[in-house]
Design a protein. Structure first.
Length: 653
């Protein structure tokens, strides 16, 4: 049997077998064959054309180079220019810290050059800008010659290679004041020049930032014109190819020329004008009422210096939240004061407003710490008195009474206060004015003892009694004492001390009635026997050396008593000695025997003892206590364990 042969769609179509399947199959094959073949032919044709054009161009260029010299050589491609910043001083330029400019270009002849020129772009406001000096630094490629133009101004250029004087015969580009010429080698060229300020044109310069624009411009040798490349007519400048870049040269401030420095300048709040010795701020309390004499209540003494300690001149801005600041002619809440000497004395004035003022002071360069002035109201609202020496002597007792007065804002009142006695035959004060101690921020009142006895002292806000709106203090009891020393006692401030702990041993001198002697009795030459006060154990380092001698100054207790804080608690005349305890445990005893100044019956030994804890004993006690605690815990744990076991047995049962 003859096998059935496969007939192609094309033959089937030619035979007239035009069924749909045959027509579709034939169309697909034809499309693939003819479209793809056509595209490939087009691509190959285009590629071949490009190759042919390139070969023709190369041949033409090669024949041109071989057959003729170009009518004009040129710097081809783009010139590139980059800069690096430099520094200088106020007196000289330094090539070691100079900036730099690098220019790169490509040349096809050795007769082309690139001209570098500098022009000033910006400078410090008050400065006179010096010229720029360009000097050869290095080249990355061979350069035939580097010509530096002198720093003179002209407009001609004749192409010479030797520095000239008149700018005509020897040839330089003088369109800019400072210029350099780098002559090309064939191929790629690169040259770097130092850029620094000219010391010859300015020996003193202002500090700040100087910015110059460096421009690189090609000039080209034109063949057939003139005699040689050194003649001006042979060269043309192509400004269309110029490129520029800025360079910055900074002159730092010298210490002697610097602005106001915070480390050397100062602004201190004082209570006196032109206080040149001020070294710290005070916090004065001043009346809020306007001064009748237009006098400042306080002052801010400002001293402006530079880093070298020399006077510096800057304006000073002063602002206050209460009152006014300034001078007798320029005054307000905020003022700006000029100074040419570096010193300005700023007044602080009342304007009738009570409260706490915050004052800010700042120069152009430095802001100082804020200042505080308390403007107190016209009258106090509270007055609290306390005895600083409640056993005054007959006669004047300075600062025996301390007073804290405050106004409606709770600020310390520093105005007038008056002290009065209810027993004038004992203490004679009748509306005697007290003085305000600005350091202690309180009033202190003197009392005059007349005879021995007791009197109550009161402080008032007015001299007349009574008056409308007058404020009075509490009454303080005083006892005028004029008896001689009769005995003394020693007291530790604690009964137990740790090893090395600071302690205070107090000496009290008593009169025959058992009251302290007056703080102003004077010196007692022989209060103790010749041994003085003796400790049973040597005191530690830093203790007072008061344990020998017989002299005791009874006025001494008054000094600490009158300079303590406002919450005065020690009002009896005492002498306090500082003692650092020994490092070993045990008992320390201070003892002294009465001397010849005391009655014979009182010339006896007086002692005071304290305990110093023993470190070893304390440690042993702690260990013992811990052991006892551990034993108790062990017993408790055993009991709990047994209880748990019993419960488990019952549960199982």
């Amino acid at each position: 049997m003859t096998p059935k042969k496969q007939v192609s769609p094309a033959i089937r179509i030619l035979r007239g077998e035009r069924d749909a399947s045959a027509r579709a199959t034939h169309l697909e094959a034809a499309t693939r064959k003819f479209l793809v073949t056509t595209n490939e032919r087009k691509y190959m044709s285009t590629k071949t054309n490009f190759k042919r054009i390139a070969l023709v161009a190369a041949a033409a260029l090669g024949l041109g180079v071989l057959s003729s010299v170009p009518s004009q050589a040129t710097v081809i491609n783009a010139i590139t220019i980059t800069t690096a910043a430099g520094t200088a001083s106020a007196a000289k330029a330094d090539s070691t810290t100079a900036g730099s400019v690098t220019v790169k270009w490509q040349s096809i002849t050795a007769s082309d050059s690139v001209v570098l020129s500098a022009t000033l772009k910006s400078k410090p406001t008050a400065a006179t800008a010096p010229s720029v000096v360009l000097s050869g630094k290095d080249t990355l490629t061979a350069v035939a010659a580097t010509v530096l133009a002198p720093g003179t101004v002209n407009t001609g250029f004749d192409g010479g290679n030797t520095p000239g004087v008149d700018g005509v015969t020897n040839g330089y580009l003088y369109n800019y004041k400072d210029s350099a010429v780098a002559t090309s080698a064939v191929g790629y060229n690169s040259a770097t020049f130092r850029v620094q300020l000219d010391s010859l044109t300015s020996t003193t310069r202002s500090s700040g930032t100087y910015v110059y624009t460096i421009t690189a411009t090609p000039y080209t040798y034109v063949a057939g014109i003139g005699v040689s490349p050194t003649f001006a007519g042979n060269n043309t400048i192509d400004y269309s190819k110029s490129v520029s870049a800025d360079i910055t040269i900074t002159i730092a401030e010298l210490a002697s020329e610097s602005v106001v420095a915070s480390g050397t300048s100062s602004a201190w709040l004082t209570t006196t004008a032109a206080n040149t010795s001020a070294a710290a701020d005070t916090t004065p309390s001043v009346p809020a009422a306007v001064s009748a004499t237009n006098t400042p209540r306080a002052y801010v003494y400002v001293k402006l210096l530079n880093a070298a300690g020399s006077a510096a001149s800057e304006s000073v801005t002063v602002t206050t939240t209460i009152g006014q600041v300034g001078s007798s002619t320029v005054r307000g809440k905020s003022v700006v004061l000029a100074t040419s000497s570096g010193v300005v004395d700023i007044g602080v004035y009342s304007d009738g407003t009570a409260g706490t003022a915050t004052i800010t002071v700042a120069s152009t360069s430095v802001t100082f710490s804020s200042k505080t002035v308390v403007f107190y109201a016209a009258a106090p609202t509270t007055i609290v008195a306390s005895g600083l020496d409640i056993y005054p002597k007959i006669g004047t007792n300075t600062g025996a009474l301390g007073v804290i007065a405050k106004d409606v804002n709770g600020n310390i009142f520093g105005g007038d206060l008056y002290v009065s006695s209810d027993a004038l035959t004992v203490i004679s004060e009748t509306a005697t004015a007290c003085s305000f101690n600005s350091t202690a921020q309180r009033h202190q009142c003197d009392l005059t003892g007349v005879v021995e006895g007791k009197a109550n002292i009161t402080v008032r806000s007015a001299a007349t009694t009574p008056s409308t709106g007058m404020v009075s203090s509490n009454a303080v009891a005083f006892t005028v004492q004029n008896k001689a020393a009769d005995s003394f006692k020693l007291t530790w401030d604690k009964t137990t001390y740790a090893p090395g702990e600071k302690a205070t041993l107090t000496l009290s001198v008593l009169a025959s009635d058992g009251l302290p002697v007056s703080t102003s009795v004077g010196t007692i030459a022989n209060l103790f026997s010749s041994k003085g006060i003796v400790l049973s154990t040597q005191a530690g380092a830093g203790s007072n050396t008061m344990f020998t001698g017989t002299v005791v100054v009874t006025a001494a207790p008054a000094a600490p008593a009158k300079t303590v804080t406002n919450t005065q608690t020690k009002t009896t005349p005492i002498v306090e000695y500082t003692v650092y305890m020994p490092t070993n445990g045990g008992t320390i005893t201070a003892e002294a025997t009465g001397g010849a100044s005391l009655p014979l019956a009182k010339q006896v030994k007086v002692t005071a003892s304290a305990t110093i804890t023993d470190n070893a004993a304390a440690a042993l006690a702690a260990v013992t206590a811990l052991a006892t605690t551990v034993a108790s815990l062990k017993t408790l744990i055993t009991t709990l364990t047994n209880l748990v076991l019993k419960i488990q047995k019952k549960v199982k049962a």
